[in-house]
Ligand binder design. Structure first.
Ligand code: NAD
Ligand code: UFG
Length: 336
């Protein structure tokens, strides 16, 4: 029996593959390399001493996906594949809806045809929208403010309806907060194309000298130092949450939303100062206007994950930043 990991050469997927290989799972990765490179496969082998089956394919390609299920004895799928840049999603909405929503429907149809009804899905805290107070819990109403968020919400709704229509489906819908950090080996990590949109890749590229200066988007939020507060979670903790969710699928009937966060909030300036201390590098920054669509404070109520999955995040902020810096300083140009 094998696990299919869509998007398995990406940031979160590659870290999850490492954790699954440690448990001796057989892994089949499907990725179209839209935002990743096969170089990560060598790094995974260096870390684990194990190999995975890699298939370069698009989840929107029904024939290719059917071939995957015909050739491999898949019993569960962890579905990471998707486009994830919030700003880009507003300029290319059709690409996002096609890739994320239509791609997920194709994957689900092929899974159903082959009787594979165990799924862990990468959702996002973005589905809590702008109007819920933190800590955010899974009973709160969901909404979206941009096409990327809409795709996550649409896929969640599809999964809820699917699980209602057929009780054989077991689905964990994992709502990630802000994944950062890297594997402690420094061999794999986040490798964004172009100028990073997210805070940690931006700060680490400033620290390593690839970018000149960070813009801090707003210092007039109702937070302790005026800058935005987020729930940063170590990508290895997140990966281990997927392992726990996969183990739990056998007890889940239906589709269950589960937050994966630490439950703690950290401000932009706390990130900058901690990064500076740990890396020993200067991080020049200036205060810029608020970024459209940002909210002041986002952090998780992680009690469902604690109780249902027996999971909690173990790594603290200093570890997250030390691991981010090790990855960035050892690989200033990513995997190249
Ligand atoms: P990533 O871009 O590093 O990984 C996604 C992978 O999916 C990439 O390797 C990409 O090449 C692949 N891919 C994209 N479209 C595909 C398609 N049609 N067919 C096959 N492969 C395809 O991103 P990540 O940070 O690892 O995110 C993984 C998942 O988690 C995504 O669904 C993302 O939306 C979700 N998520 C990420 C964050 C975050 O901040 N990183 C937060 C919440 C949710
Ligand atoms: N920020 C800056 N400067 C930057 C980048 C970010 O000040 O150059 C600030 C933002 O204003 C925010 C914080 O840093 O206060 C975190 O911003 P990120 O872009 O790193 O993360 P977001 O919380 O905005 O969004 C992330 C993912 C989304 C996901 C969301 C879920 O990018 O895909 O978390 O909570 F939907």
């Amino acid at each position: 029996m094998s696990l299919l990991i869509t998007g398995g050469t990406g940031f979160i997927g590659s870290h999850t593959v490492v954790e699954l290989l440690a448990l001796d799972k057989d892994i089949v990765i499907v990725d179209n390399l839209a935002n990743s490179s096969t170089l990560v496969l060598d790094r995974i082998k260096q870390i684990t001493g194990k190999t995975v089956t890699f298939i370069e394919a698009d989840i929107c390609d029904r024939q290719a996906m059917q071939q995957v299920f015909l050739t491999h004895d898949i019993d569960a799928v962890v579905h990471f594949a998707g486009l994830k840049a919030v700003g880009e999603s507003s300029t290319m909405p059709l690409s996002y809806y096609h890739n994320n929503v239509a791609g997920s429907i194709t994957l689900l149809q092929v899974m159903a045809e082959h009787g594979v009804k165990n799924l862990v899905f990468s959702s996002s805290a973005t589905v809590y929208g702008e109007n819920n107070p933190s800590p955010l819990d899974e009973t709160m109403p969901t909404s979206a403010t941009n096409p990327y968020g809409q795709t996550k919400l649409m896929i969640e709704n599809i999964l809820f309806d699917l699980a209602k229509s057929d009780e054989q489906w077991s689905i964990a819908c994992l709502r990630y907060f802000n994944p950062i950090g890297a594997h402690e080996s420094g061999l794999i990590g986040e490798n964004p194309n172009g100028i990073p949109n997210n805070l940690l890749p931006y700060v680490s590229q400033v620290a390593v000298g690839r970018l000149a200066q960070l813009q801090v988007f707003g210092d007039d939020y109702p937070t302790p130092d005026g800058t935005g507060v987020r729930d940063y979670i170590h990508v290895v903790d997140l990966a281990q949450g997927h392992v726990k969710a996969l183990e739990k699928l056998k007890d889940i009937s239906g589709c269950v939303p589960i937050n994966l966060g630490t439950g703690n909030g950290t401000s932009v300036l706390e990130i900058v100062n901690t990064f500076k201390d740990i890396s020993g590098q200067d991080i020049p920054y200036h205060i810029a206007p608020r970024r459209a669509g940002d909210i002041a404070t986002v952090y998780a109520d992680a009690s469902v994950a604690n109780n249902l999955l027996n999971w909690h995040a173990e790594r603290d902020l200093a570890t997250m930043i030390a691991d981010t810096w090790r990855w960035q300083s050892q690989n200033p140009n990513g995997f190249e």
